[in-house]
Design a binder for this molecule. Structure first.
Ligand code: SAH
Length: 346
């Protein structure tokens, strides 16, 4: 922005003013940026706009969770979720329209990938949610756990995080951001070298190659063994740990044997396990295990000194919980159609 202003014979510091309006005050309309001179506002207004996702609908859960359907400039939609009191205030943000990973238990996976979000669209969700929830000048956490696979849209996701970190904007510390991934190994290797490093969550979900390939198809390419190896080598700050997410599917991966294998797999790692009892949805051919079964699984981990938590599902009544985000009809595209879309978006 500074470069653009200088090119037009304006002073660079206006960039800071504009950035503050956009991020700290939630104002995207140049006309309302009252500390810029009128001529400058008129000039900028004629040339620029700040595309901002538009709230198309909003649903409120009995537990305070709010799900937003946001419309992007091209008419596509994504979902973003506000989850209060976790104990922090948390925004769950999407990185793609749809997702190409096709995990068998996830509704977004059924959509296939429509397109990547731009850095502005990723950061824009945070702007919209912060404004809608009155948190523009208050602390909040961000989890990249909405629609899409962040490491499958690596550059845009990382650019968005840099924008959100910018000191004149939200100035969000990377400690307040968690990136969740199915475990695209080359992406993790790149992430390991990033100066701005979010917390890492790995969607593990299984303890053998065969079981994981059946549930998380990218495992075919990035094996469980290579993923675990990469995690073992991942640089972690003092006291930091990798979260391993484990969706629990009745009769599939929820037995005491699975729990014991999980302990072995993660032995010696700075890890914590987050169990996610399946959030059922139409078209998902798995069942949620009973609370007792989840409890038993958790106990086996705890007995072996692993840190384990069970994710409370939030907003299930409005289909805002993990794996329940889906928009635009959600018809799965063929591999050929997906490839065409990918090519078009590059
Ligand atoms: N693609 C990234 C970001 C999505 S995060 C990833 O896979 O990590 C969403 C989390 O919810 C992931 O751990 C995902 O595996 C989990 N999930 C997906 N469908 C679910 C469902 N139906 N019930 C519970 N958790 C689910």
């Amino acid at each position: 922005m500074e470069a653009v202003l200088i090119e037009r014979g304006e002073q660079a510091f206006h960039a800071r003013q504009i950035f503050r309006w956009i991020y700290r005050r939630g104002v995207a309309d140049v006309k309302q940026m009252t500390d810029l001179s009128r001529p400058l506002r008129t000039k900028l207004q004629g040339e620029f706009m700040v595309p901002t996702p538009a709230v198309r609908s909003e649903q409120l859960s009995f537990d305070g969770t709010r799900k937003f359907v946001l419309e992007l400039a091209d008419g596509r939609h994504v979902e973003s979720v506000f989850i209060p009191d976790t104990p922090a205030m948390t925004f769950c943000i999407s990185t793609q329209v749809g997702c190409a990973m096709s995990c068998g238990f996830c509704l977004t996976g059924k959509m296939g990938l429509v397109r990547n979000l731009t850095p502005g669209e990723i950061a824009g969700q945070v702007r919209v949610l912060a404004k809608a929830t009155g948190l523009l000048d208050k602390p909040f956490n961000i989890v990249l756990m909405g629609m899409g696979e962040p490491l499958h849209n690596y550059d845009n996701t990382m650019k968005a995080l840099r924008m959100l970190h910018q000191e004149h904007g939200f100035a969000i510390s990377p400690r307040r951001v968690t990136l969740s991934t199915v475990g695209i190994v080359p992406g993790l290797e790149r992430l390991a070298r990033e100066p701005l490093m979010p917390n890492l969550a790995i969607s593990l979900h299984a303890t053998t190659e065969e079981q994981r390939t059946a549930l998380v198809p990218p495992n075919r390419k990035y094996s469980l063994a290579s993923l675990i190896e990469t995690c073992r080598n991942f640089p972690l700050k003092k006291r930091a740990r990798i979260t391993f997410e484990y969706v629990m599917l009745e009769g599939v991966n929820d037995s005491p044997d699975d729990a014991r294998r999980l302990v072995k797999l993660l032995a010696g790692m700075k890890a914590k396990v987050n169990l996610i009892p399946l959030n059922p949805a139409p078209g998902i051919d798995f069942n949620r295990p009973s609370d007792e079964r989840v409890e038993r699984f958790a106990q086996i981990l705890a007995d072996r000194h692993m840190t384990v938590s069970v994710r409370k599902s939030r907003g299930r009544d409005i289909r805002a919980a993990c794996g329940q985000l889906i928009v635009d009809g959600g018809t799965k595209k063929s591999a050929g159609q997906q490839m065409a879309l990918l090519l078009r978006s590059t």
